[in-house]
Design a protein around this ligand. Structure first.
Ligand code: ZN
Ligand code: ZN
Length: 404
């Protein structure tokens, strides 16, 4: 039985870039360690979720970990809240929120409160409270954006938005879409009326008004989602599992799945992350665990920036860190892949499959000697992300026998 190290290079897949002579960042990168893994393992393409699907990092990571997003993905609310570093437990209800400006007649005149640019932490703290036995937590996002998480008993996400989605109208009363959601709607309407009072008289907003800026006196809510209750990853696969990730949303998903989120100060989720330290931390975490997931966010950041040369460089920095894995291949099965493609030409996620390599000492190889999107397509594997865990369990000698 071997331990499993799963490295997700976020947004790894790409398309040809003119500035790289028609290569992808991965093809153009100097990557001796990735090529070593390719030439000593099995290779192929992985379709995140399913052929042609253009996944978010949340749905794709769920699928890679063996959870069907079509069953457990409950909308962006809970995952965006996790993305802001909020603790979201199974059963909590989370919303995407906007600070907006409401005039004296209760009409929403600006859904972004003048595209507020100063941090709204003070406001978020002021309207985080406990009310009617429910805990309300608000945390700021970028500009006017925020997230709200409700924790309490028997809450439902079958409720309407308060966001009218256009200006010139009052915010909507939250209404239940199912009879069982009436309690949630009632508590939430009570909360919103309390929040309005606090926001109207808050010094932050009084100062904004004095300066001639629009006060952020209304919290508009949309996209209610209930945080899913996931079967514990460790029980599902009989493994002690952890993760080393820099981005809060993926840490949140791993936490929901009951995996240990291994703290590591150098893991920043940016292109300046400490790549060597991250892989070292993962290898150390594997000493007391059977499975560790690593997410390296940098290739996705470079893809969204539309910067092929940066993508090439972050892959090279990652490759250098992967040198530490090679001496451990006697005890460890390593898989390197992406959660989706983020082609620099699109600056967004695409439905293109991602390259996948799985390597350990003593395994059958498939003759592929380089790790990149094009060479991988000549390898022995063509799988969906939902099959990855099964494959890794089999190749690490952890699968239970199916049949007699
Ligand atoms: Zn991603
Ligand atoms: Zn992305």
């Amino acid at each position: 039985m071997k331990k499993i190290l799963l490295i997700i290079m976020d947004g790894l897949g790409d398309r040809p870039n003119e500035s790289l002579n028609g290569n992808t960042g991965l093809q153009a990168a100097y990557r001796p360690n990735l090529n070593y893994l390719a030439s000593h393992g099995v290779n192929g393409l992985m379709f995140p979720i399913r052929e042609g699907v253009r996944p978010g990092s949340d749905t794709s990571h769920l699928s890679i970990l063996g959870y069907n997003p079509e069953e457990v993905y409950t909308g962006r609310g809970p995952f965006e809240a996790m993305g802001l570093g909020m603790k979201v437990k199974a059963g909590d209800i989370a919303f995407r929120a906007n600070f907006a400006y409401r005039d004296k007649n209760g009409i929403i005149q600006d859904r972004r409160a003048g595209r507020i640019s100063e941090p709204t932490n003070e406001l978020c703290d002021a309207i985080s409270m406990e009310l009617d036995g429910v805990k309300f937590s608000v945390k700021p996002g970028v500009e006017h954006r925020a997230a709200l998480v409700m924790s309490g008993d028997n809450l439902s996400d079958r409720i309407s938005d308060s966001d009218p989605h256009e200006t010139g109208k009052p915010s909507h009363e939250i209404s239940p879409l199912d009879p069982e959601a009436s309690h949630t709607a009632e508590v939430l309407n009570h909360y919103l009326s309390e929040a309005r009072k606090i926001l109207d008289s808050h010094p932050f907003n009084l100062k904004r008004s004095e300066r001639g800026d629009l006060p952020a006196n209304e919290l508009l809510l949309r996209g209610a989602g209930k945080a899913p209750s996931l079967k514990k990853f460790g029980e599902k696969y009989s493994m002690k599992a952890g993760c080393v990730v820099g981005i809060p949303m993926i840490a949140g998903i791993c936490d929901l799945a009951g995996m240990d989120v291994v703290k590591y100060a150098g893991a920043t989720g940016t292109v300046n992350t400490d790549y060597v330290g991250k892989i070292r931390t993962a290898l150390e975490a594997l000493e007391t665990r059977d499975f560790v997931l690593v997410n390296i966010k940098a290739p996705d950041v470079a893809g969204h920036d539309g910067n092929p040369d940066l993508k090439r460089r972050v892959i090279e920095w990652s490759d250098r860190a992967f040198a530490q894995i090679i001496p451990k291949l006697g005890d460890i099965l390593v898989a390197v892949t992406g959660d989706h493609s983020t082609p620099c030409v699109l600056k967004e996620h695409s439905g293109d499959p991602v390259p996948l390599v799985i390597t350990t000492n003593g395994m059958r190889m498939d003759g592929v000697i380089r790790f990149d999107e094009v060479t991988a397509s000549h390898g022995s594997l063509k799988i969906r992300s939902s099959d990855l865990m099964t494959l890794l369990m089999g190749l690490s000698d952890r699968a239970e026998k199916y049949g007699a």
